[in-house]
Design a protein around this ligand. Structure first.
Ligand SMILES: *Cc1c(COP(=O)(O)O)cnc(C)c1O
Length: 223
């Protein structure tokens, strides 16, 4: 099956999951995760009319997306990988949504740069719900304070929360936990769920699912 077929199948599964959860389909967006894939692979997805994409590395995205953004209008590019402060300038110049804000230093650098470039950039606070050492995201206990800093002091456009559950754990617990943190902070958006668990994430309130493999196929293993 081609990539366009995969995409429509994922969209269909999202519809079914939304219906089963009694949720409005229009409150659930699909971020097509195109990391590792080339411009030529991404184009057919753009040709179907899909416009929301996710990339995890600033430098890689810079190599392919300026041309694609030029060729297709209304593209909305999400950064879903960790961001270092020395890449903030490039990230703000290219991405429309940054989903991985997880520390005050990064938040402050983003706020400054967004003002300098006068761009509209939405952000998500990433929460490390499994408290894994190797994973990005603020600790759950730090989330309220970081949200407050971003929203109230730095006046960032905080859309919601994002998480990547530990690979070997039942993701639903993490989805429910993220939803709880969002709720007590009055945030309405939840970026959670990937190829293996996006239907479950929708049952737990995901408003944005990030799907790569189910659309583009297996990513080549790193050499
Ligand atoms: C790669 C990636 C995804 C997509 O994962 P798949 O399992 O390929 O759907 C989603 N979110 C993040 C943060 C990723 O890095």
């Amino acid at each position: 099956m081609g990539i366009a077929d995969n995409l429509s199948q994922v969209k269909h599964s999202i519809e079914e999951a939304a219906e089963q959860a009694n949720r409005d389909l229009c409150e659930i967006e699909l971020v097509a995760v195109s990391k590792v894939h080339t411009e030529e692979t991404i184009r057919p997805v753009l040709d179907t009319g899909h416009r929301i994409f996710g990339e995890n590395r600033v430098q890689e995205a810079q190599g392919k997306w300026p041309a694609l953004k030029e060729a297709f209008d209304r593209v909305q590019l999400h950064l879903i990988g960790g961001l270092q402060t020395n890449k903030v300038k490039e990230a703000v110049g290219l991405f429309d949504v940054i989903e991985t804000v997880d520390r005050p230093k990064l938040a402050r650098a983003l706020a400054r740069e967004i003002q300098v470039q006068n761009r509209e950039v939405g952000i998500y606070i990433q929460v490390n719900t499994g408290e894994e050492d190797q994973k990005g995201g603020c600790l759950p206990a730090e989330a309220d304070e970081l949200i407050g800093l971003c929203r109230d002091e730095l006046q960032l456009n905080v859309l919601g929360l994002m998480c990547i559950p530990p690979a070997e754990e039942e993701p639903s617990l993490h989805f429910a936990f993220l939803r709880e943190i969002a709720k007590r902070n009055g945030l309405s958006k939840l970026s959670m769920g990937m190829s293996g668990d996006y239907e479950a994430a929708i049952r737990f309130g995901a408003t944005s699912v990030r799907v790569g493999t189910a659309i583009f196929g297996q990513r080549p293993k790193k050499a």
